[in-house]
Write a protein that binds this ligand. Structure first.
Ligand SMILES: CC(C)(COP(=O)(O)OP(=O)(O)OC[C@H]1O[C@@H](n2cnc3c(N)ncnc32)[C@H](O)[C@@H]1OP(=O)(O)O)[C@@H](O)C(=O)NCCC(=O)NCCS
Length: 162
């Protein structure tokens, strides 16, 4: 498996993964009916580094890395990760997470903040904790889960300083 910068040639593969993740509506506060154009616009926004994880020529995961805020907050990165449903549990998320930590350091960020980790997303929370992230805040009932109703959301943070 290889992780590399995405290009517009990856658009179809990224849209497939994005759509599969967002349509379920249980992990991201994004409109499940977002169009392909809107989704790719978001994933390839200016100031955003976009990556794909490729296995045997197939894009099985994608992530983005960008400043979480502008101006005085731009030294803290934000990232978002998506693995194709049929490729989960094989270490792709972890590999992208580790790659992200290296890339964020290389780009000069001093920390990474996840703004919106849905508290029911156990696999993600477990992975982020293993990669050194801590829950620094809880937003009560901030997400409307399609099956579980209103659930808490975590803000997770990890310093990149030595
Ligand atoms: C979260 C996500 C990126 C993880 O990717 P993945 O490729 O399945 O993860 P990995 O195979 O690398 O597993 C990494 C760790 O995640 C956790 N994990 C993975 N699948 C799990 C499961 N079914 N139950 C509990 N923990 C799980 C484990 O801690 C695992 O490490 P371990 O096997 O050493 O214990 C992926 O599930 C995904 O894309 N989910 C939908 C989108 C999303 O939730 N993104 C993150 C938003 S914050």
């Amino acid at each position: 498996m290889k992780i590399r910068a995405a290009t517009t040639a990856d658009s179809d593969a990224i849209w497939k993964i994005f759509h599969e993740v967002v349509a379920v509506g249980d992990t991201y506060a994004l409109d499940p009916h977002l169009s392909r154009e809107e989704a790719l616009g978001y994933w390839f926004e200016a100031d955003t580094q976009t990556y794909v994880a490729e296995d045997a020529g197939r894009a099985v995961g994608t992530y983005i890395l960008r400043p979480n805020q502008s101006g005085g907050g731009s030294h803290v990165a934000n990232a978002a990760f998506m693995v194709a449903p049929d490729a989960r549990g094989h270490g792709i998320g972890r590999a992208m997470g580790e790659h992200c930590l290296k890339e964020a350091r290389r780009l000069g960020f001093r920390a990474i903040q996840f703004n919106f980790v849905v508290s029911t997303n156990e696999s993600a929370i477990r992975l982020w904790k293993q990669l050194g992230f801590k829950i620094v805040g809880t937003l009560p009932d901030a997400f409307r889960h399609p099956e579980k109703g209103y659930v808490d959301v975590y803000v997770m943070y990890r310093s990149l300083l030595p």
